[in-house]
Design a binder for this molecule. Structure first.
Ligand code: 5GP
Ligand code: MN
Length: 345
C-alpha cells in the first residue's frame, strides 16, 4: 500500500477503496469516462489526472476525456505531459458521462462550469488530499495525509493492477514534486519517497522533468517578477508578530510584459522566502475587482483557516481564495483573520 492505515485518521476506508475499484471495474466497454481537475490546473491536478487517465487507457477504457473548467489553456510548463491527448475543452466534455472522476478539487466550486457533471454522471468519484474537502460527489478517496492527489491516484492504480510505466509515471511524478515543493515540504514522508522511487524506476528523467516544470520561464516573466517583488510589503506586526509579506500583480502588469496569467503561479515561491514573515500572500488580478489569492505559511499560522473563512480552501501551509474589491481591501480581510488562525504550539 502506498498510503497509511485505512481508517481512523480521515483517509479512505477499505470500503471507499472497494467502491472506487468497483466503479472502474464495472465500466462497460462502451462507457464514457470524464476526468476533471480543478480550475487553473497545477502540476498535481493535471499530473494526477493525466497519469490516472493513461492508466485507465491501459485498462481498455476507450471513451475517455480529460478536462478542466475555464479556457482550455495550460502553462507551457505542463503542456507537454504524456496523456495531454486526452484533453478536451470544457465545452466539449461529455454532458452525461457514465463515470466522472475529479482530481485535486477540494470543493465543487473548483470545478467551475463542469460542476453539473456531478449530477448528470452515472457515478462521481473524487480523488483528493485537501483536509478542507467538502465531501462532494459520491465515492470519496480523500486522504488529507497524502502529500499530493497523485499519491491517491497511484494507490488506486495499484489496486486496479495497472503497472506503472514511464508515461503514467511522468504525470504522477510532476504531481508529487509540485505539491511537495520538490521534496522540501513537511508533507515529504517516507511514503512520498517510496512512491517517487517506484516512479523513477520506470526510467523517467527527474532533471529534465524539473527543468521543464519549475525552472523555465520567459524573460518577460523574469522582469515582471522583478517589478512585482519590488512592490512587496512587509508587515512584521501582523499575525500577532509572526509577520506578513504580500504583493500583487495586475492585469496591466501582465499586459506590459506580454505575459499570460499562469506565469504568476510561481511568484509566491519568491515571496514566501522572506525571513521576517511567517505568512506570504500574492494577489493575482483576474478581473477589475477580483483577485486569485495565494497564501503560504511557515507554520505559525494555519492559512487554510483564513482561506476557508474567506470562501476558499487549501492546506495548513498553502491555501487560497478569490478576493473581491481593491488589493488593500482584500489584504485587510486577510490581516483581520490571521490572529484567529494562529496554530497552537
Ligand atoms: P495556490 O496558491 O497554489 O493556487 O493554491 C494553494 C492551495 O490552495 C491549493 O491546495 C489549492 O487547491 C488551494 N486554493 C487556491 N485557491 C483556491 C480557491 O480559490 N478556492 C479553494 N477552495 N482552494 C483554493
Ligand atoms: Mn494537490
Amino acid at each position: 500500500m502506498l498510503t497509511g492505515p485505512a481508517s481512523g485518521d480521515g483517509g479512505p476506508t477499505e470500503a471507499d477503496w472497494a467502491a472506487a475499484v468497483a466503479a472502474v471495474r464495472g465500466l462497460s466497454a462502451e462507457a464514457r469516462v470524464l476526468l476533471i481537475c480543478h480550475v487553473n490546473p497545477d502540476g498535481d491536478a493535471l499530473g494526477s489526472m493525466l497519469g490516472f487517465g493513461l492508466g485507465l487507457r491501459r485498462l481498455g477504457v476507450r471513451r475517455l476525456q480529460a478536462t478542466f473548467p475555464g479556457p482550455p489553456e495550460l502553462p507551457e510548463s505542463l503542456r507537454w505531459l504524456p496523456g495531454a491527448d486526452l484533453l478536451v475543452p470544457a465545452v466539449e466534455a461529455y454532458p452525461d458521462p457514465d463515470l466522472v472522476i475529479c482530481f485535486d478539487a477540494a470543493s465543487e466550486s473548483r470545478l467551475g462550469e463542469l460542476v453539473d457533471r456531478l449530477d448528470t454522471a452515472g457515478a462521481a468519484l473524487v480523488l483528493d488530499h485537501h483536509a478542507s474537502n467538502t465531501r462532494f460527489g459520491g465515492i470519496h478517496l480523500v486522504d488529507p495525509r497524502a502529500a499530493a492527489t497523485s499519491v491517491v491516484a497511484g494507490e488506486l492504480l495499484a489496486r486496479l493492477d495497472v503497472p506503472l510505466d514511464a508515461e503514467i509515471a511522468v504525470g504522477l511524478y510532476v504531481a508529487l514534486t509540485t505539491d511537495t515543493g520538490s521534496f522540501r515540504f513537511e508533507a515529504t514522508t517516507p511514503a512520498v519517497h517510496r512512491l517517487a522511487a517506484r516512479l523513477l524506476a520506470t526510467g523517467i528523467n527527474p532533471g529534465d522533468i524539473s527543468r521543464r516544470v519549475f525552472d523555465t520561464r520567459p524573460f518577460g516573466a523574469v522582469q515582471l517578477f522583478g517589478e512585482v517583488l519590488l512592490r512587496a510589503r512587509l508587515e512584521p506586526a501582523a499575525a500577532a508578530g509572526h509577520g506578513l509579506v504580500w504583493t500583487y500583480a495586475t492585469l496591466d502588469d501582465l499586459a506590459r510584459h506580454d505575459q499570460r496569467p499562469y506565469v504568476l503561479e510561481a511568484l509566491i515561491d519568491s515571496v514566501r522566502c522572506t525571513a521576517e514573515a511567517d505568512v506570504a500572500c500574492v494577489l493575482k488580478q483576474v478581473a477589475a475587482d477580483e483577485w486569485a489569492v495565494s497564501m503560504r505559511s511557515k507554520g505559525a499560522v494555519d492559512v487554510s483557516r483564513v482561506a476557508v473563512a474567506l470562501d476558499g480552501g487549501g492546506h495548513r501551509f498553502a491555501a487560497g481564495f478569490t478576493g473581491r474589491g481593491g488589493a488593500e481591501e482584500v489584504v485587510g480581510r486577510i490581516r483581520a483573520r490571521l490572529d484567529e488562525a494562529l496554530t497552537a504550539h
